[in-house]
Design a binder for this molecule. Structure first.
Ligand SMILES: Cc1cc2nc3c(=O)[nH]c(=O)nc-3n(C[C@H](O)[C@H](O)[C@H](O)COP(=O)(O)OP(=O)(O)OC[C@H]3O[C@@H](n4cnc5c(N)ncnc54)[C@H](O)[C@@H]3O)c2cc1C
Ligand code: SF4
Length: 340
């Protein structure tokens, strides 16, 4: 690890042009950033430590939304979400991530901004456009079993690894941001991440030095909810494919549906095409196939990840079938399909 200067942020009024600027990084739980610094994938000269920033360690309920402070830990949020029916898929997603020890340390903003787990991104001996723009992408023609099928370009096919982000995208989350000049704005999480295109090193729409202060989660419960994560082992593993879903059925038809796909996109994937194709229809196998086919029309496979479209198909069928069955048996049900 290279030497760095450490400063502390106590509240956002201390933000200035030095905080989070070019060669400076905010550090929250440190569970991703420190690993990257040890490998010299990230080499900040200044770290702005957020651990004394008490203002954003709470979850506050408002009339129409919950405000989740940036420094709320993954454990805190999972516990809260598990007792809030409209957020149950978020709780399931968080509890499927990492381990208890990591979740106790990891924060809401840090989880959203964690970097990809592409093996070549972490291996500084290999070309990687995300780590070093213009050097090439090793994964495109090598082992790419864990890589993306949606939103890829020939410059980068890395997946976004966050389970929490997939659930939050399905739940219509917004980010509250503050810039070093004090300017505040909100941005839907669905529009926060950037697909790689020709600039895979630009991963999101944060401006220089901008800080995430909170996530705003609307109170708009979507019926029965389920986060299903398919992975190589049952703990301590990122998603190969995951599906976040909330479903309301009326008269045997889909009256409301939300979805998010993980493990398959260069960004947490919001499958708008699939959702639009299914709302108003009967949830038959044929309709699910047709809706997912329309989404997969834009997908591309790269060899070792050729199994992902069929795995996504099977996972979506399993999740939607289970949710539909539950809605038929318990009409107007709200909350988790399975308890964690
Ligand atoms: C072995 C292992 C397994 C894991 N498995 C999973 C998994 O299955 N699913 C999953 O989703 N995650 C998993 N994780 C990732 C883990 O959830 C993340 O490391 C963690 O959420 C990052 O949070 P943090 O607070 O430690 O972030 P940090 O490491 O402190 O920061 C991460 C990034 O966020 C930036 N940042 C932090 N806070 C702010 C802010 N408020 N504003 C602007 N920028 C900010 C930092 O500058 C840095 O770039 C795993 C991690 C490990 C090590
Ligand atoms: S997929 Fe992206 S992160 Fe991985 S080697 Fe290629 S450019 Fe780097």
């Amino acid at each position: 690890m290279l030497p760095f200067t450490l400063t502390h942020l106590h509240n956002t009024s201390e933000l200035d042009s030095n905080s989070g600027a070019k060669n400076s990084r905010f550090i929250a739980g440190g569970t991703n950033l420190i690993d990257l610094m040890k490998l010299q994938v990230e080499t900040p000269s200044t770290l702005v430590n957020l651990s004394d920033w008490q203002d954003e360690t709470r979850i506050v309920e408002h009339d129409e939304h919950f405000r989740i402070g940036a420094m709320v830990t993954n454990t805190q949020l999972a516990n809260f979400a598990s007792t809030t029916p409209g957020l149950s898929l978020l709780s399931q997603a968080l509890l499927s991530g990492a381990t208890v020890q990591l979740r106790n340390r990891a924060t809401t903003a840090g989880n959203l901004l964690q970097r990809t787990r592409c093996y070549y991104f972490y291996d500084t001996a290999k070309p990687c456009n995300k780590r070093e723009p213009g050097t090439g992408c090793t994964a495109v023609n090598s082992e790419n079993r864990i890589h993306a099928i949606f939103g890829t370009s020939d410059k980068c096919i890395a997946t976004h690894p966050s389970d929490m982000a997939v659930a939050m995208i399905a739940l219509g989350a917004k980010l509250a941001l503050v810039a070093p000049n004090g300017e505040k704005r909100t941005l839907p999480l669905r529009h926060f991440y950037c697909t790689p295109g020709n600039t895979p090193h630009i991963e999101n729409n944060l401006k220089e030095g901008e800080l995430i202060t909170a996530v705003i989660l609307p109170k708009q419960a979507v019926g029965s909810q389920y986060y299903h994560k398919v992975r190589d082992r049952s703990s301590y593993a990122f998603a190969l494919v995951s599906v976040a879903a909330g479903l309301v059925m009326k008269d045997n038809k889909v009256s409301a549906l939300t979805l998010g796909f993980g493990g398959v996109g260069t960004v947490p994937w919001y499958p708008e095409t699939t959702i639009n194709a299914l709302v108003g229809t009967e949830l038959t196998d044929a309709n699910i196939e047709k809706a997912l086919d329309a989404e997969l029309a834009s997908a591309q496979v790269y060899g070792s990840n050729n199994f992902k479209p069929p795995l996504l198909r099977n996972t979506l069928h399993k999740v939607l079938r289970a949710l539909a069955q539950h809605q038929r048996t318990y009409p107007q049900h709200e909350g988790a399909l399975y308890e964690n």
